[in-house]
Design a protein around this ligand. Structure first.
Ligand code: NAP
Length: 313
């Protein structure tokens, strides 16, 4: 990186925070405008079906937030709350019904499913045209092929925040730490789609700190609290912290923290997402974008300009 590099942090400055809450609020507002426009054409608002099985407290909170944000964005949300002991067959039958329901544009199955259920079979049964989480084999294949399709939400949020901080990402070296199906792997492919040069790291990567120090954009998605130290960060780089980890403090109260050792990182990075408050809010924003996109595509209509103009692809 040279002095002329726009992501080089001016000396003596702390990193600029990439505000995921503000970005998500802007996207939510654009989706709302787009949903109202689309509703006029469809004769009904775009509709997201949310499937929640069991009583997992974290899942209940996630679903509540998703439903609230969907409704605030002028879309309909239909919740299907199921007992933890629901059978695989009953769950698959529900997915079949939602696939066939013309009034449903997006289907979201809240994971993890209760023990004993085959989550993969349930997710893979979702019609790819309604796969707003972007997790079916068809959606993953479209991502690899660079074909149109619904992209996974959290990784899309990472790319959106990197663009918000840096503008055009062409030629940037991105190091993604974590290779999960949900986050790391699709994040690497999405940054590749944005013409970045991508390195995908994982638990078997050798000398990860040295590799991370080469990144213009460092994406931490390992689920290891505070793993990324300040001296892993190239001065001035953009750091996207995907981690959401619950840790216990000295007073035995628990709090959420990211994968980056945040305070010291502020003196190394040029831009950094806080965690929580960075990538987290973006996941639901991208879910709303995908629901709108699914509704438009299914009706053969273009994505409303309020959202298309955001460049949230
Ligand atoms: P995951 O399925 O557990 O995958 C973790 C990945 O990190 C694996 O590929 C693993 O490598 C790698 N890894 C683990 N320890 C490592 C180490 N010490 N060095 C290098 N790589 C290491 O987790 P995930 O579902 O991808 O989630 C990752 C984090 O993001 C979690 O904190 C999760 O809560 C958070 N998350 C946040 C959002 C959001 O909305 N912000 C959404 C989803 C997930 P191997 O493959 O070699 O085991």
């Amino acid at each position: 990186m040279t002095e002329a590099d726009p992501i080089l942090r001016p000396s003596g400055r702390r990193a600029v925070l990439i505000d995921g809450k503000a970005a998500a609020a802007q996207i939510d507002a654009a989706v709302r405008a787009g949903a109202l426009e689309l509703a006029a054409a469809l004769g009904r608002p775009p509709c997201l079906a949310v499937v929640l099985a069991g009583e997992d407290p974290a899942s209940q909170v996630y679903v509540r937030n998703k439903v609230r944000r969907t409704e605030r964005a002028a879309m309909t949300s239909v919740e299907h709350r199921l007992p933890a002991d629901i059978s695989q067959d009953a769950l698959m039958a529900l997915i079949d019904r939602l696939n066939a329901d013309e009034g449903v544009d997006g289907i979201l199955v809240q994971l993890p499913l209760p023990a004993g259920l085959d989550a993969s079979a349930v997710v893979q049964a979702i019609d790819p045209a309604k796969d707003v989480d972007g997790l079916t084999a068809a959606s993953a294949g479209a991502l690899v092929l660079g074909a149109p399709g619904l992209r996974p939400c959290t990784p899309s949020g990472c790319v959106y925040l990197a663009r918000r901080a840096l503008g055009d990402l062409t030629g940037r070296h991105v190091v993604v730490i974590g290779r999960s199906i949900l986050v790391g792997k699709p994040a690497a492919l999405l940054f590749l789609e944005a013409d970045c040069t991508v390195t995908l790291a994982h638990s078997r990567t050798r000398d990860l700190p040295a590799l991370a120090r080469q990144a213009d954009i460092l994406v931490a998605a390992a689920g290891r609290p505070g793993m990324v130290k300040a001296d892993w960060i190239k001065p001035g780089a953009a750091v996207i912290d995907v981690g959401i980890n619950r840790v216990e403090g000295p007073d035995r109260t628990s709090r959420l923290t990211g994968d980056v050792d945040f305070e010291p990182a502020l003196d190394a990075a040029g831009f950094i997402t806080p965690a929580p408050g960075g990538v987290g809010p973006m996941t639901i924003a991208m879910l709303l974008v995908n629901t709108l996109r699914a509704a438009a595509r299914r009706a053969g209509l273009p994505l409303p300009s309020a959202v298309a103009d955001l460049g949230a692809d």
